[in-house]
Design a protein around this ligand. Structure first.
Ligand SMILES: NC(=O)c1ccc[n+]([C@@H]2O[C@H](COP(=O)([O-])OP(=O)(O)OC[C@H]3O[C@@H](n4cnc5c(N)ncnc54)[C@H](OP(=O)(O)O)[C@@H]3O)[C@@H](O)[C@H]2O)c1
Length: 360
């Protein structure tokens, strides 16, 4: 069997580089067919080497050609934020397998993305969704009672003494367990990451929003759980190493030998679980409400959050202002439907609202 031709969008990033590592270590199975790079470089050669940023006409055209090329088998999407929606839809419409790290794509347009994916579905890379996916293999949906998404809690959960109006960018970027790009690291600190993941899980697995909960698990060993109607819980465990969910997504339905070093049960002692304090971290509740209102609301949640995270990183809003900005945008949103054009319009509306109303 020839190796799978893989295109990696966002190849210079945290997920992108780890994907290249998985590809490099399995040359009989995988071939780097194409990649996109932003300001950084991987110094790689491939059939397609695309430089620049989504939204630039040449970049968009070259990415479109790469992900729809008949020789391309699988597209890894790891460009953060709303910019990843268009190439994801192009790849799906061209019948490609998609391994998705960018949760924002499913938050914005989950129903449309899952419809375009059809029977193939989407291969999740987010560790929580990879865990749930693996727990669901061989199980019938009618036997699932709910999903429990675990959260490390980020850098501030364990420090109730900290005033979240005063924490610095450096403190917020200092994640206790995972080494990731800045956007997802700040989302982890506000817990908005869990709100986005809740919406992502709802679409990926077709589970109602009220059957999905979030639980703080500071050790990040259990990556998420599935609860069954008979009272059974299934969990997927492992070290916090994204190369494992990436390997699972690329090799599905097979598994790669030694994708990561084995985990000894001795490493698993002292696991803790705590309820989420929603008054200190209101983002999960906000995301749940936006998803329940559907239409353009999740796109507004996502766009307002992206703008607010950038404003925080640029020193323009305090840390606790991030969720306040999202809340204000959602309250002001006049509503809108769920077609692709309406979703993109909701995204534009939220960004313009934030710019024009001095929300940040
Ligand atoms: N990192 C993780 O462990 C992790 C875990 C779960 C989910 N995710 C999700 O995976 C996605 C990627 O995260 P990451 O941590 O890998 O991000 P990252 O380290 O910031 O890397 C982002 C990649 O996308 C490129 N990029 C950035 N903006 C772009 C734009 N406008 N157009 C085209 N390319 C652009 C960057 O290029 P340059 O840097 O070269 O400019 C880089 O290659 C996010 O949606 C995140 O939520 C990440």
């Amino acid at each position: 069997m020839r190796p799978l031709n893989i295109a990696v969008l966002g190849a210079t990033g945290s997920i992108g580089r780890q994907t290249l590592d998985v590809i490099d270590r399995n040359p009989a199975r995988f071939k780097l067919f194409g990649l996109s790079e932003g300001v950084r470089s991987t110094n790689r050669k491939a059939e397609y080497l695309v430089h620049g940023h989504a939204g630039e006409p040449e970049f968009d055209a070259q990415v479109e050609a790469m992900v729809t090329d008949p020789r391309c088998d699988l597209v890894v999407v790891a460009i953060p934020g709303a910019r990843a929606l268009k190439p994801t839809m192009s790849a799906l419409h061209a019948g490609k397998e998609v391994a998705l790290a960018t949760k924002e794509v499913l938050v914005m347009a989950g129903a449309l993305v899952m419809k375009a994916a059809g029977e193939r579905g989407i291969r999740p890379i987010d560790s929580e969704h990879s865990a749930i996916w693996q727990c669901l293999w061989g199980e019938e949906r009618k036997n699932v009672r709910g999903l429990i998404i675990t959260a490390s809690g980020g850098p501030f959960w364990a420090h109730p003494e900290l005033d979240l109006d005063q924490v610095t960018v450096e403190q917020a970027l200092n994640h206790p367990k995972w080494s990731m790009g800045p956007k997802v690291t700040i989302d982890s600190a506000t817990l908005m990451n869990k709100g986005l993941e809740l919406i992502e899980a709802h679409h990926l697995f077709g589970i109602p929003l009220d059957a999905i909960s979030v639980c703080i698990h500071p050790q990040s060993v259990i990556h998420s759980l599935v609860e069954f109607i008979d009272g059974s819980l299934k969990a997927q465990l492992g070290r916090p190493d994204m190369r494992l969910p990436i390997a699972v997504a690329l090799a599905y339905p097979d598994r790669l030998p030694n994708a990561v070093p084995p985990t000894s049960p001795r490493e698993l002692s002292g696991l803790e679980f705590h309820d989420l304090d929603e008054s200190r971290f209101p983002s999960v509740q906000l995301a749940r409400q936006a998803a329940a209102r559907s239409g353009g609301h999740p796109a507004v949640l996502n766009a307002a959050n992206e703008e607010a995270v950038n404003a925080f990183l640029g020193g323009d809003v305090p840390f606790s202002g991030i969720v306040r900005v999202v809340e204000r945008a959602l309250s002001a949103f006049p509503g809108g439907g769920g077609t692709l054009e309406e979703i993109l319009e909701a995204d534009r509306w939220a960004r313009a609202y934030i710019r024009e109303n001095s929300v940040v």
